[in-house]
Design a protein around this ligand. Structure first.
Ligand SMILES: [Zn+2]
Length: 163
């Protein structure tokens, strides 16, 4: 297993609540960051990683749900279809699992590593990962989907042996 080149910030690091800014121009700097993010994601067995999770407030995310790597700069969801419920984890919140309803299919537009706008239609786990990472770029975390009483009293209604 390769070493993780970047340190993953964990909750409650304030950078996780920052709204990331659009990348104006894709340069070698962004490409290097993307490569490091991919290695970091794989080294930590994640299926997605957003730049805010490594302390960079830029709209960049990488995802790999097993059917190929996706690298997205300035991703925007154009259309969503269907809904599914699944328990999600997050590399920035290692001890939490939260059940979240998300769109089952989506169409997403983004810049590739050359700065070219591309659109992809995705479904299933990879579509879920895209939505999770875009949440990160907006400063939103999986615990934000919990009802308020579970945020205040995390043990209510949960199996006690999770950690
Ligand atoms: Zn996450």
């Amino acid at each position: 297993m390769k070493e993780s080149p970047l340190e993953i910030k964990t909750y409650p690091d304030p950078v996780l609540r920052k709204k990331a800014q659009d990348v104006m121009k894709v340069t070698d700097r962004e490409r290097r960051l993307i490569n490091d993010m991919v290695e970091t994601m794989h080294a930590n067995q994640g299926i997605g990683l957003a730049a805010t999770q490594v302390g960079v407030a830029k709209r960049i995310s990488v995802m790999d749900a097993g059917d190929g790597l996706l690298k997205m700069i300035n991703p925007v969801i154009l259309e969503k279809k269907g809904a599914s419920l699944l328990e999600e984890g997050c590399l920035s919140m290692p001890a939490r699992q939260v059940e979240i309803e998300r769109a089952e299919e989506l169409s997403v537009s983004f810049l590739d590593e050359e700065g070219k706008r591309t659109t992809k239609n995705l479904k299933g786990l990879i579509a879920r990962a895209v939505q999770h990472e875009i949440d990160h770029l907006n400063g939103k975390l999986i615990i934000d989907y919990l009802p308020w009483y579970k945020r205040v009293f995390p043990k209510i209604g949960e199996v006690q042996c999770l950690q």
